[in-house]
Design a protein around this ligand. Structure first.
Ligand SMILES: CN1c2c(nc(N)[nH]c2=O)NC[C@@H]1CNc1ccc(C(=O)N[C@@H](CCC(=O)N[C@@H](CCC(=O)N[C@@H](CCC(=O)O)C(=O)O)C(=O)O)C(=O)O)cc1
Ligand SMILES: N[C@@H](CCS)C(=O)O
Ligand SMILES: [Zn+2]
Length: 774
């Protein structure tokens, strides 16, 4: 491309940046505010400082146009609800009394008022607060936050582009408010919402915005013709509004498909598209509509949700093609950098050879700037960067760290029989009944018990060398003793050890598997002030030694009741990690499955009769477009079966999923061939039990009767009523009694009370059934 001269200088830009700060200062300030230790002014000052640092970091990396308004104290979808005046009636008084307190009340609820529902942001591990709307919704523009943050960025002398969630995606993400008919479609409110957006755009223009970005990621999902018509209408109207800034409509997380021609024809000034692997089809679609002559195209060529360095030559080839398709081509990441950690150079414990292959948000910003420079000045201007990039890519491609011939040989030798249990479910269930001798409606929990500050502090003390391993492990054994004693006393039938030794259900295993690399500082926001450190699948996966057996065996040594072994399944291990991009996901899943299979077999050999393999991410990882579902479900279910199929018929395999929308994957759940499944159901009043029943699901199931996302203690009567509802769909011989999910984020007082009530409810139903039978 040396000889190529671009029509205009290419700009480097990003759509969003990690909010938390280098040492998660935002988490500390917000949680301090909740506890009354930090006042609102100090919280605001911390946030403003973090924004300044981020903008300076971006500018120093060579980003020409920084985003503004992407910052959030909790969640940007909640911020959008505030921006358009969609505050639920039940929170109105709190918001009017104190804006900050009211904002957090919507996010977290109060003693008396329920929060907004929280759910997954597309197929990421970020969660947003679901807007609640009804036919009477009245919107009102509040551009305060957006204008203030734009003003801050401009005051630093930067070119800033406010980033707003687009109106169509906002309405498509919304749900009917409580009390509103379930079939109410929030998109019908579009005509009322658009003038509010037009007003906010005018405010931003007046405050100095040249461009404003409107994010429409919902358009990478399958959309109906009516929805696409709504898109066309939206951008005709906003594009035609007076006093508006230039509009950039952004999509990410995949290909636009039928929405691309609609947006290309719209009277907006530019589009931002994903051109990474997941959005590769955008290139062809864009060419098919004749490109965007005279308009701006922001090319998302740097992967915004994985952590591998970019392949500069590949990106430059894509950018070169795009130069012929748009009036102006700028460079960006495929999505907001919110989904990657801040800085790979902070990872002093990771092999420097591997750190060379990694790009977190700071490194990605520099990559984007380098690519933009090459586009403007020609590749000669980046000779050194290209050479370094080639060398790092070659180092990864040829590295022995990524390849283990024994693992590859084992994966290649897998047969269908390895993924099939030796007996069908009907035979297994009889063997398990005889072996386990459980009562009707057996009670159990999902695995974790409260992760107290004491446990986390003990782990931090171990890491910092303040305590010895022996002392730490004794602390863990002490916790296991308490958890086992409590469960026995409460009358739970299948016990757990409580998972006190785990920092996280994915990271804990990653730290023990060869081929995985865990980070020390690689925090990524999961929701609100909760963060995770997704580990990196770097090479072929193997298990040098058992990972959980000694803790499960220790717990089993304390009781005569069965103790359930607890593992995280292969799909979730991939979904909540940064995955390899140098081999198909299915290959990685198979390697993880084989490592976990060894753990399952070792647990069984150590005397564990019940083994749970958690797959909470099975549903969320479902591709965004239906056309891609079958391919995913094939490797996902195969890897689960490979993990679990090696055990004897009398060993009972459980699985667990805790995100409520299972309707479209019931067949896949069945295909897992697990003996028992526990699912989230309390909030949706056992709806999932009906869904399983209508599918003819033949196995045992525990739809949750205790909503663990709330500190509220369900009464025994409430749990009994839910169980009765469950019994309408699932016969007593196949119904289990359990909470929705693990108890790690709960405190002990409510955990104790809730589980006691859960056991009381199970006993009441058993008695009722016995009376009916006599
Ligand atoms: C079920 N969920 C999970 C998801 N993804 C995962 N990878 N894991 C999950 O469990 N996705 C969907 C949901 C999301 N839910 C949650 C729930 C709770 C959290 C959470 O509490 N996060 C904690 C961090 C947890 C952790 O990793 N702790 C470590 C390290 C703690 C630490 O860093 N400590 C400080 C020192 C602290 C001290 O007291 O001294 C330090 O080292 O600097 C541990 O326990 O060892 C959070 O803090 O946000 C996340 C997602
Ligand atoms: N066993 C895990 C599952 C969470 S989804 C837990 O109990 O926390
Ligand atoms: Zn769960």
């Amino acid at each position: 491309m040396t000889e190529q001269s671009a029509a205009a200088a290419a700009r480097a830009t990003v759509y969003g940046y990690p909010r938390q700060g280098r040492n998660r200062e935002l988490k500390k300030a917000v949680e301090g505010y909740w506890k009354g230790r930090v006042d609102a002014a100090a919280l605001r000052e911390t946030a403003a400082g973090l924004r300044r640092t981020n903008w300076r970091q971006l500018a120093d990396a060579g980003i020409h146009e920084v985003p503004s308004g992407d910052f959030s104290y909790y969640d940007h979808v909640l911020d959008t609800s505030v921006m358009v005046g969609a505050v639920p009636e039940r929170h109105r008084a709190a918001v009017d009394a104190d804006e900050t307190q009211g904002y957090f009340a919507m996010a977290r609820g109060t003693q008396d008022v329920a929060p907004l529902e929280m759910t997954k942001w597309f197929d990421t591990n970020y969660h947003y607060l679901v807007p609640e709307l009804g036919p009477d919704a009245v919107f009102a523009a509040d551009s305060t936050k957006q204008v203030a943050e734009l003003t801050e960025a401009l005051a630093l002398g930067l070119t800033a582009r406010p980033v707003l969630l687009g109106p169509v995606t906002y309405l498509l993400l919304a749900k009917p408010a409580p009390g509103v008919a379930a079939d109410f479609e929030p998109l019908t409110l579009l005509d009322r919402l658009l003038p509010v957006y037009a007003e906010i755009l005018a405010d931003l223009r007046a405050a100095g915005a040249d461009w404003v970005q409107l994010d429409e990621p919902a358009l990478v999902q399958d959309r109906t013709p009516a929805e696409l018509t709504a898109v066309a209408r939206t951008y005709r109207e906003l594009g035609g509004a007076a006093d508006r800034p230039k509009l950039l409509v952004a999509s990410y997380f995949g290909r636009l498909g039928d929405a691309l021609p609609v947006l290309a024809r719209a009277p907006v000034d530019g589009l931002a598209l994903d051109f990474t692997e997941s959005g590769a089809a955008n290139l062809e679609s864009l060419a098919a509509v004749g490109g965007l002559p005279g308009k701006r195209l922001v090319a998302g060529v740097v992967d915004g949700r994985n952590i591998w360095i970019n392949d500069f030559e590949k990106s430059l080839a894509t950018l070169g093609t795009l130069l012929g398709l748009a009036g102006q081509v700028d460079v960006s990441a495929s999505c907001s950098l919110l989904h990657v950690p801040l800085d790979a150079t902070a990872e002093g414990d990771i092999d420097p050879e591997i750190v060379r292959w990694l790009a977190f948000a700071r490194q990605k910003s520099a990559e984007i700037a380098t690519l933009a420079r090459a586009l403007t000045e020609g590749t000669d201007a980046i000779t050194a960067e290209l050479a370094a990039n080639r060398a790092a890519l070659a180092s990864r491609a040829g590295s022995a760290l990524t390849r283990d011939p024994a693992v590859r040989a084992r994966a290649a030798a897998v047969t269908d029989a390895d993924g099939r249990r030796s007996q069908p479910y009907a035979v297994r269930t009889a063997a398990q009944r005889a072996h386990l001798r459980l009562p009707l409606l057996p009670t159990t929990t999902i695995g974790s018990f409260p992760q107290t500050t004491e446990l986390r502090t003990a782990r931090a003390d171990l890491r910092k060398g303040r305590i010895e391993t022996a002392g730490y492990e004794e602390r863990i054994r002490e916790e296991i003793r308490e958890v086992v004693t409590f469960q026995e006393k409460t009358g739970i039938d299948v016990l757990v050890h409580g998972e006190p030794e785990r920092n996280d259900m994915v990271q804990y295993f990653a730290e023990q598997l060869t081929g995985y690399v865990a980070t020390r500082h690689g925090w990524v926001q999961s929701y609100g002030t909760r963060y995770v450190r997704p580990p990196v699948l770097v090479g072929d996966i193997s298990r040098p030694e058992p990972m959980t057996v000694r803790w499960t065996s220790y717990a089993q040594s304390l009781t005569d009741r069965p103790v359930k072994g607890m593992l995280t399944g292969p799909v979730t291990m991939l979904a909540w990690s940064f995955v390899r991009d140098d081999q198909p996901l299915g290959d990685t899943a198979r390697q993880v499955a084989l490592a976990l299979r060894d753990e399952v077999d070792d647990l069984e050999a150590a005397g564990t009769s019940v083994i749970q393999v958690d797959e909470p991410a099975l549903r969320e990882t479902l591709p965004l477009r239906a056309a891609d579902h079958a391919g995913y479900l094939a490797w996902a279910t195969e890897s689960f079966r490979l993990t679990t199929a090696g055990v004897r018929p009398e060993t009972q395999i459980h699985t667990h999923m805790c995100y409520a929308e299972f309707g479209d994957i019931v067949q896949a759940i069945d295909d897992l061939d697990a003996d028992v499944i526990s699912l989230e159901a309390a909030r949706s009043h056992m709806q999932v039990a009906g869904e399983l029943a209508s599918h003819g699901y033949p196995r045992e199931a525990g739809p949750g009767v205790y909503d663990i996302h709330s500190p509220r203690v369900p009464s025994a009567e409430e749990a009994t009523a839910l169980l009765r509802k469950g019994l309408e769909a699932i016969p007593a011989e196949r119904l289990w009694v359990n909470p929705d999910c693990g108890l790690k984020t709960r405190g002990w007082p409510e955990t104790r009370a809730s589980l006691e009530n859960l056991v009381t409810a199970a006993r009441a139903i058993r008695t009722g059934l016995a009376d009916d039978g006599s």
